[in-house]
Design a protein around this ligand. Structure first.
Ligand code: NCD
Length: 315
């Protein structure tokens, strides 16, 4: 099936969304990430698959993990990285993003990592790019494909697979691109149950998440879950104050040790970050033995190495 990201020969040319990617293609990316993780050890050089290539970080929204992780991934494969300085660029003089892309592409940039507050901006740039690959690093509440992949790798590392897994995502589902990409990858890999939980005002239209069960009661949702993915209240994306008191929110939706004991015994606790401790997750859980938060961060680098290597192969 061709799409903006897959060409007529079936090659992945851009990574915009996980929606519609086959199980085989996703497993190939995860396996490649796992192999790169093994071959790259601290201090050792990774395979120089991107030697001499240039990767540009185009971040129109703030980022801690994703931007540094893409930069390390590109460098560990031997690429040069340009962290494009948007605040001091001509976008402030009215230049369109398409023209900015063409300008940087003319300087032989092979890949662009794009984060933007508007849904669809990375896809728009992919439609405009002449030769370069576009990797979506998060657009609005639409998609965050590399986060979905690193979450899947972290779950696979711990549980061995997805068969029979009950996964609960809790928090601001409505505004979360992470939730959308996680749901796409979990469906493709065959998780048996996906539960979405949050206050009514932050739950999405069920039609947009077909096959997922919606819950307002967190204790009900987490009972027997093998994976708990906690999400931040994304106030910057809320049009109005959808949520009142944070203490009340923590009381209903905060993951505490007591609550965690209702989940499956070996349940994995995940959070894409940035975490708001004491709002969606208690310190004791964020730093506890079941927390995979830093394993998620660690897996982000090989996952992005795999994505970059796959997209730039033969280009
Ligand atoms: C998230 C993002 O920006 O989409 N963080 C991330 O990339 N790891 C989630 C968030 O902002 O809450």
């Amino acid at each position: 099936m061709t799409s903006i990201q897959i060409d007529s020969e079936g090659r992945l040319r851009h990574l915009i969304t996980l929606e519609g990617l086959s199980e085989d293609r996703i497993i190939a990316l995860l396996d490649r990430a796992a192999a790169l993780r093994t071959s790259f050890r601290e201090g050792a050089q990774g395979p120089q698959l991107l030697a001499g290539r240039t990767v540009v970080n185009l971040f129109f929204e703030t980022s801690t993990r994703t931007r540094s992780s893409f930069e390390l991934a590109a460098r560990r494969l031997g690429a040069h990285v340009l962290n494009f300085d948007i605040a001091h660029s001509s976008t402030g003089k009215g230049e369109s993003l398409e023209d900015t892309l063409s300008t940087l592409e003319a300087m032989q940039s092979a890949a662009f990592i794009v984060r933007h507050r508007e849904n669809g901006m990375p896809a728009r740039l992919a439609g405009h790019a002449r030769r370069a690959a576009i990797l979506n690093a998060g657009d609005g509440n639409h998609a965050h494909p590399t986060q979905g992949l690193l979450d899947a790798l972290t779950i696979r590392d711990h549980h061995g697979g997805f068969d029979g897994l009950k996964v609960t995502l809790c928090g601001d589902i409505l505004h979360s691109r992470v939730a959308r990409s996680d749901v796409h990858v979990l469906r493709a890999l065959g998780a048996s149950e996906i539960r979405l939980c949050g206050p009514r005002a932050l739950l999405p239209d069920p039609a947009a998440f077909s096959g997922c069960a919606l819950f307002e009661d967190f204790d009900e949702a987490l009972a027997g879950s093998h994976v708990l993915i906690m999400l931040r209240l994304q106030r910057e994306r809320m049009q109005q104050a959808l949520i009142g008191d944070e203490a009340e929110y923590f009381h209903r939706y905060g993951l505490t040790r007591d609550r965690l004991s209702r989940a499956a015994d070996d349940a994995l606790v995940m959070h894409p970050g940035p975490m708001n401790r004491g709002i969606e997750i208690a310190d004791e859980v964020a730093d506890g033995a079941q927390s995979a938060v830093l394993r998620q961060v660690a897996n982000g680098v090989p996952v992005r190495m795999a994505a970059l290597a796959t997209l730039l192969e033969g280009r």
